[in-house]
Design a protein around this ligand. Structure first.
Ligand code: HEM
Length: 398
């Protein structure tokens, strides 16, 4: 029977990994006739498309499956621009995200992490994702944007509502759209307030407000789109990896013992979790030329699903790909994508993710994840854990 893959089906939104394995076994990109789209499930295909076909696809038709496959609106921001515009807009904050740019924030982030963690560890039981890691990354992306602290937290709650999927939901619901409109409204008011008081703008907000691109200042809608984008990407995926890392350690006691004994292994732990349980799941592009990829003839106008979560589990690229192993060595992966749109925040994600896990281990020592109560994301866009309850025995190291 031909494989029936639909990214919005209940099976794919609940647990796509068996479908991904079946598509990889087909040995070529998988065509989805109802969307006139190709699913790239193999590592080699996503890599090849990212590295060698940038000029053959456009980002302007959208990046999310709902935008390309279901024609939902596409906000104008650099994540949905092609070169050369993409490079100019991304370039405004690029320096902040180099390894040196990120290192300049290390001690501030460590202080923030300790501040969030201390009362939680004193409590003894909390949720690693929502109470801890997600809160840290919300506050940090709020800081990067120059937002008031409490707004960063409440606006994140709206983002959760924007991406929430009910069982069987296909595309955006009224709840998703209401949350998006509400957040857009708050951000618009915030931008207007900054227009009246430019001295109050800081971080990326100030950088974008004070710049000219091709001789033009960014308008209010540009600013709202950028703020929303940074708020989402800066707080969405990394906390899932942090919470997932501590979950997977719980499931692999020998690796847990090794990490508890030597915190220098935390970076390997973070990166293996991001490979094994890639949180971005997939992003999409549209072909603007005919080209051949992995034995498939792609035609102009067809959509391509770059399924990172599947590519990172490809046996043709990773030995024992379905095994979680923090000691594995590999040359390359697609955790942060590849090519000109490669994740801008990758150095920040790795550095801050490591700090979040390290500080937790220092403060909590051994810990117990309530594995039966953990919950994974449901939907087409994200993959990974959204609820990881934990119990700690208080312990603080210097
Ligand atoms: C473990 C955490 C993260 C993962 C797995 C991840 C993954 C990705 C992936 C796969 C892409 C698409 C790359 C491509 O198209 O080739 C991307 C893009 C992006 N990421 Fe991340 N990301 C993470 C954290 C972050 C953080 C903390 C930020 C903070 C600002 C961030 C900002 C961005 C931006 C702005 C883009 C769009 C880049 C562009 O279009 O030029 N990411 N990310």
């Amino acid at each position: 029977m031909p494989l029936d893959y639909d990214p919005f089906s209940d099976a794919a939104m609940r647990d796509p990994f068996p479908l991904y394995a079946a598509m990889r076994a087909e040995g070529r990109p998988h065509f989805i006739p109802q969307y006139n789209a190709w699913a790239l499930a193999r590592f080699a295909d996503v890599w090849e498309a990212s590295m060698h076909h940038e000029a053959d696809v456009t980002w302007t038709a959208g990046a999310l499956p709902t935008q390309l496959l279901l024609d939902e609106p596409v906000p104008h921001a650099f994540t949905t621009m092609d070169a050369p515009d993409h490079r100019k807009w991304r370039g405004v904050v690029r320096r902040e995200y180099t390894p040196e740019g990120v290192r300049a924030h290390e001690s501030r982030i460590r202080t923030l992490v300790r501040e969030v963690l201390e009362p939680l560890v004193a409590r003894g039981s909390f949720d690693l994702y929502s109470d801890y890691a997600n809160r840290v990354f919300c506050l940090n992306s709020g800081y990067n944007l120059g937002l008031p602290r409490e707004d960063a937290i409440s606006w994140r709650a709206l983002i959760d509502d924007m991406i929430h999927r009910d069982r069987g939901q296909r595309g955006s619901s009224e709840r998703n759209q209401r949350a998006a409109a509400e957040l857009g409204g708050y951000l618009a008011e915030y931008v207007q307030m900054l227009r009246r008081h430019p001295d109050r703008a800081s971080g990326h907000t100030a950088a974008y407000m004070n710049t000219e691109i091709d001789g033009r200042r960014l308008d209010d809608q540009d600013m709202v789109n950028l703020l929303m984008n940074f708020l989402i990407v800066g707080s969405e995926t990394t906390p899932m990896v942090c919470a997932g890392a501590l979950y997977y350690l719980e499931r692999h006691p020998a690796q847990k013992a090794a990490v508890l004994a030597d915190h220098a292994l935390v970076q390997q732990l973070f990166l293996e979790t991001a490979r094994f349980d890639q949180p971005t799941n997939m992003l999409c592009r549209r072909a603007v030329r005919d080209f051949t990829l992995g034995g498939a003839d792609i035609s102009t106008g067809q959509d391509l699903l770059y399924i990172y979560a599947s590519a990172n589990r490809d046996e043709a690229e990773f030995e024992r790909a379905d095994e979680f192993d923090i000691f594995r060595r590999h040359e390359r992966d697609l955790t942060y994508g590849a090519g000109g749109h490669k994740c801008l925040g990758m150095h920040l994600a790795t550095m801050a993710g490591v700090i979040v896990i390290e500080e937790f281990l220092k403060a909590a020592g051994d810990y117990a994840v309530l594995v039966e109560e953990c919950e994974r994301a449901y939907g087409e866009h994200l993959s990974g854990f959204l609820h990881v309850p934990v119990q700690t025995t208080t312990k603080r190291e210097a």
